[in-house]
Design a protein around this ligand. Structure first.
Ligand SMILES: C[C@H](O)[C@H](O)[C@@H](O)C(=O)CO
Ligand SMILES: [Mn+2]
Length: 418
């Protein structure tokens, strides 16, 4: 492990190197410190929640693996999250799903109330986390035929409308209590395995249902809608497609969510952000990693991730972008999955903040594409990691792989005993 002295010296050298390109590493770190990533609670227990923890995960999403020690109670999940947050530099948010209520009795989804989440709010207050929220429109008998808000059955639609309205009110409660608005993100799994005869009716029903759900203005809640290209069992048609939700978000003035795993494998959301943000006020990103048919692998330091981070930073609109993680991996230590994905996302954002944008833009504006390419290649190998290590040191979190020591220790002391 590098000594503090070595980390400091490496940082000074990196600082001077970046200064040659007109980049101030100190300003980049100040900007990074303000970014709050929303950690997804469902990585901690394979999206089981407390309503029917041994039930099947449905809705065309899948968790594979059986790594020991998954959290089975809210207290366990919070303890696991505490460890993850302690290994990630900065102050971050929690993204909660509605099936993580706390109550002595089973609560029907259309009857959940703020009081069922007061334990989470107390914990978030004590630990300075903002919170975000999600209706859970899957893993439920009312979603068994694959349709929820766009179901042709009015009773089914009504149930999910009531659930989503209840969720928005809980989001508003989070926002009010924690002094930072909650983003309540609506994702539904609705779609057909095979070619539909009528593509319009489910979309019209979804549009009408969303209009009812979003009718009441809530001061502390921000609404978001999340498109998807396909899911397992909805390969041929998804009601909530990109075009549907883009048009919906633009006309209803809500946030559009882009999940980086929700598109064709060769399609990146990086190139969509600049276009959409010219027309949208705010956006939610679900940072994920698609691998073949799966949209939810742990976020690694890929070129795609770096390209997404560059677009977010170049927009100069970090206050208008909400950044959350979204993946499920039960084949490795779940706390490590949160930590690795979060640290990678932050590292990609730091790399983007260290980019000599002005130089690149000047070359481009003057038509000097040769120098633009030369500089783009040069900056790939500038010492960003020395700046990252220094940031971790200053934030009091482990540098490099040292975070694994805490995870192994916790695994031995706590997870192995569950
Ligand atoms: C569990 C989440 O609601 C889910 O991952 C959603 O955001 C999604 O991306 C579904 O594919
Ligand atoms: Mn998502």
């Amino acid at each position: 492990m590098p000594t503090e002295q070595n980390i400091q010296s490496a940082y000074e050298l990196a600082k001077a190197r970046y200064a040659d390109f007109g980049v101030d590493t100190g300003s980049a770190l100040q900007a990074l410190e303000k970014i709050a990533i929303s950690l997804h609670c469902w990585q901690g227990d394979d999206a089981s929640g407390y309503e029917n923890p041994d039930g099947e995960l449905t809705g065309g999403i899948a968790v594979t693996g059986n790594y020991p020690g998954k959290a089975r109670t809210a207290d366990q999940l919070r303890a696991d999250l505490d460890l993850a947050y302690s290994l990630i530099p900065g102050t971050h948010r929690l993204n909660l799903h509605s099936i993580y209520w706390e109550s002595d009795q089973k609560v029907p989804r259309n009857a959940i109330l703020p009081e069922h989440f007061s334990g989470w709010v107390d914990w978030a207050k004590a630990n300075h986390h903002g919170m975000d929220f999600n209706p859970t429109c899957f893993s439920h008998p009312m979603a068994d035929d694959g349709f929820t808000l766009s179901s042709r059955d009015a009773g089914v639609r009504q149930f999910w409308i009531e659930h989503c309205i209840a969720c928005r009110k809980i989001g508003d409660y989070f926002g009010r209590e924690l002094g930072t608005p909650a983003v309540t993100n609506i994702w539904i799994p609705d779609g057909y395995k095979d070619t539909p005869a009528d593509r319009t009716t489910p979309r019209r029903l979804l549009m009408e249902a969303l209009d009812v759900i979003l009718a009441e203005k809530l001061e502390h809640n921000l609404d978001a809608v999340e498109p998807k290209l396909f899911g397992i069992g909805s390969e041929s048609y998804v009601t909530g497609s990109m075009e549907f939700y883009t048009a919906y978000a633009l006309t209803r003035k809500v946030l559009l969510t882009l999940d980086s795993g929700h598109f064709h494998p060769t399609e990146t959301i990086a190139d969509k952000i600049s276009s959409l943000m010219l027309f949208l006020d705010q956006m939610l990103l679900h940072v994920s990693r698609g691998v073949r048919w799966d949209s939810d692998h742990v976020v690694t330091y890929t070129e795609d991730l770096q390209a997404i981070a560059r677009e977010v930073v170049r927009l100069d609109a970090l206050e208008r972008m909400h950044i959350g993680l979204d993946y499920f991996d039960a084949s490795i230590n779940r706390i490590a999955a949160w930590t690795i994905g979060s640290r990678n996302t932050l590292r990609a954002l730091l790399n983007a903040l260290l980019e000599p944008c002005q130089m690149l833009e000047d070359y481009e504006a003057s038509g000097d594409f040769t120098s633009r390419l030369a500089l783009q290649e040069e900056i790939k190998v500038l010492p960003a990691n020395a700046v990252w290590d220094f940031y971790c040191l200053k934030q009091g979190v482990p540098v490099g792989m040292a975070f694994m020591d805490s995870i192994r220790d916790y695994e031995e002391r706590v997870l192995s005993k569950r």
